[in-house]
Unconditional design. Structure first.
Ligand SMILES: Nc1ncnc2c1ncn2[C@@H]1O[C@H](COP(=O)(O)OP(=O)(O)OP(=O)(O)O)[C@@H](O)[C@H]1O
Ligand SMILES: [Ca+2]
Ligand SMILES: [Ca+2]
Length: 636
């Protein structure tokens, strides 16, 4: 178990700039390439056993000759490590996670490569043996090197006169990053980082658009304390230059590996808080990163408590609050199941954060196989192990936290802002929970709901209401147990962010003001102002905290909890007493906004109790979910 073999690339200089070997699982970094060869037979994940034949065929180029060691690490850090370690003070180990060597089911994390479909899509037919370009024959029309494409970006052309390029500090699939110095002026001598993206690599319109969007997103989001500071973008005939702050502390991946692959819970928390903060911010702005992995987080300095910065928005995109994206994008180990199903939104980033959290806490990847298809199978089907060491010795809150990020159903997964309210994070840290874009989506759905659904949601939060006002104290008590202190904490924080006057209610103006306070240019591209118009029902009235809780109740997430069934029964009992009434199928159909084409009698038959024509328990629960014609059609 847990044999990890790797050896430096025999000849680092012979790999092309496209330095990812797509025929095996090896990753090469230039100039200090890393080659993590696969595990010996018999140690791959359970669901991969039996598929081995296929896998071995796919990874026929695998390097099995490397020196085998039962322990980890055997790894060359990124070039930045060497460059900066000369200048940086030696790391103090007093408060750092002790280096631990332990056996693990999977090999330690290594640099993740992009999903092959991403590369094929972005580089057209440059690799004849790879998957075909999904969208037409663009590459043919433009020539193999994209010679017919417009590669002007409208950026300043004066990079060379302003900056002097220095050493390379890192390299990815799309570009390489160097230090640079201001040549003159007030900032003369000051160091920056420059990501150089060769135009020769932009062989498709998609690749060009990606670079355009990377700069646009960086420009818009720059300013958050956990996001790399963007300065400017330049271009010349050969390259695009993205100038940004120089992060001298190296990649999170290198730090994980230098600690023997594992963080203490407290150290992992400090990292998680920063990642969740910046990702919640991106999501509020309508940006989904799509390539979150430890390589794409850099420390500003070698200091143990250095700030962490998200980088590399090369695969990021804008996403409207109601929209689903469908292109398969990202890096295999970190990709969410719904991305593979081609219907996803911001929740996919939270999955990747779950993978990072899992790695931080135990040193292994939760989904591992030798090949891309094997990894995909694991992501789609396998449950990560929480039984192997060190999981049993970690806190139950840590396990719960990771499990709730790695829920395969994106509707049940916590959002980044919710994750910051999770007891594992909140308990030891005075964390400020940021505004959650999910609240706006839920409010929109609530405001558009029928009065019957609103009544059903309302009874679910009866437990929150003051006991003296509550005519069903025992049921209310049972209900209040479902909305735990933590969920309430999250709702209170969100309400407080929207309620500047502290008068117990929020108006549409308050919501707009709260969003504007956090707005960047990215919000326009994500059409968030237009989305706000859908909350117009609040124009002439205000919402109090109880109604807000009913509106912001995430029924799918509650369903993931053990206590949900009991909770729903209690809520239904109150609904029986307070809100249930006889309803005919046609009325229910119109309450639900079902289209006339839906065979309502067949579909809604079980939703109504035949003895008295009132909503059945099943109907009540379905109603809570907010049923649309689409979900009804799907269920048929
Ligand atoms: N601001 C920075 N300061 C220091 N090093 C940086 C900075 N930005 C990037 N790097 C280094 O350069 C590497 C490559 O940058 P980046 O990830 O943006 O490139 P990429 O080609 O898009 O990578 P990928 O293959 O992951 O898509 C990073 O992993 C990091 O080591
Ligand atoms: Ca990267
Ligand atoms: Ca990238």
């Amino acid at each position: 178990m847990g044999l990890c073999t790797s050896k430096p690339s025999p000849n680092p200089s012979d790999s092309t700039n496209a330095s990812i070997n797509t025929r095996n699982n090896d990753i090469h970094r230039k100039p200090n390439s890393v080659s993590a060869s696969p595990l010996p037979d018999g140690v791959n994940s359970k669901e991969d056993q039996g598929k081995q034949g296929e896998e071995e065929k796919e990874s026929s180029n695998s390097n099995n000759e490397g020196k085998k060691s039962p322990f980890f690490p055997f790894y060359s850090p990124s070039p930045a490590h060497y460059l900066f370690s000369k200048k940086s003070p030696a790391r103090s180990s007093t408060n750092s996670t002790p280096k631990r060597f332990f056996r693990r089911p999977f090999p330690p994390p290594s640099p993740a490569k992009h999903i092959r479909a991403v590369l094929a899509r972005r580089h057209g037919s440059v690799k004849p043996n790879e998957a075909a370009i999904p969208e037409g024959s663009e590459a043919e029309a433009t020539g193999a090197n994209g010679t017919g494409l417009d590669k002007s970006f409208g950026f300043s052309k004066h990079f060379g006169s302003k900056y002097e390029l220095g050493d390379e500090v890192g390299r990815g699939h799309f570009g390489y990053t160097c230090t640079a110095k201001f040549k003159k002026g007030e900032l003369k001598g000051q160091q920056v980082a420059v990501k150089v993206i060769p135009k020769a690599k932009m062989t498709t319109a998609i690749a060009i658009e990606d670079v355009r969007r990377e700069v646009k997103i960086l420009r818009a989001l720059s300013g958050h304390s956990n996001l790399v500071q963007f300065y400017d973008a330049y271009e010349d005939h050969d390259n695009v230059y993205i100038v940004m702050e120089l992060c001298e502390g190296g990649e999170l991946l290198d730090r994980i590996l230098s600690r023997g692959g594992k963080y203490t819970e407290d150290d992992a928390k400090a990292v998680m808080i920063q990642i969740l903060n910046v990702v919640a911010f991106c999501h509020l702005q309508g940006v989904v990163h799509r390539d979150l992995k430890p390589e794409n987080f850099l420390f500003t300095s070698k200091d143990e408590n250095s700030q962490l910065k998200a980088i590399d928005f090369g695969l990021s995109d804008f996403v409207k609050p109601d929209e689903r994206l469908n292109d398969i994008v990202g890096s295999a180990y970190y990709v969410a199941p719904e991305v593979l199903h081609r219907s996803y939104s911001t929740e996919a980033d939270v999955w990747s954060i779950g993978v990072i959290a899992y790695i931080l806490l135990c040193g292994s990847r939760p989904f591992w196989a030798r090949t891309e298809s094997g990894i995909f199978r694991a992501v789609l089907k396998a449950d990560p192990s929480f039984d192997e060491a060190p999981w049993p010795s970690l806190s139950s809150e840590a396990r719960d936290f990771v499990k709730r990020l790695l829920n395969k159903d994106p509707r049940k997964r916590l959002t980044a802002a919710q994750a910051l309210s999770h007891p594992w994070i909140k308990k030891y840290n005075d964390v400020k929970v940021p505004l959650d874009i999910l609240i706006f989506k839920l409010m929109k759905a609530y405001l558009r709901s029928s009065s019957l659904r609103k009544a059903a949601l309302r009874v679910c939060i009866w437990g929150l209401e003051a006991e003296d006002k509550n005519p069903h104290p025992s049921l209310a008590q049972a209900l209040s147990k479902t909305l735990t202190v933590d969920e309430l904490f999250y709702l209170k924080e969100q309400f407080a962010l929207l309620e500047p006057n502290k008068n117990g209610t929020i108006s549409l103006e308050n919501i707009k003001a709260a969003l504007m306070k956090n707005a960047t240019d990215a919000m326009k591209d994500a059409r968030i102002p237009e989305f706000l118009a859908s909350l117009n029902a609040l124009q002439y009235r205000r919402m109090d905290f109880d109604e807000f809780c009913a509106a912001a109740l995430t029924v799918h997430q509650l369903e993931a909890l053990d206590r949900w069934e009991q909770h729903a029964r209690c809520a239904y009992e109150i609904f029986e007493k307070e809100g249930n009434r006889p309803i005919v199928i046609e009325e229910l159909a119109s309450e639900l906004g079902l289209s006339p084409s839906v065979p309502v009698h067949a579909v809604l038959h079980d939703w109504i109790r035949h003895t008295d024509g009132k909503l059945s328990f099943l109907g009540f629960v379905k109603l809570l979910h907010g049923v649309s014609s689409r979900t009804i059609a799907k269920a048929q």
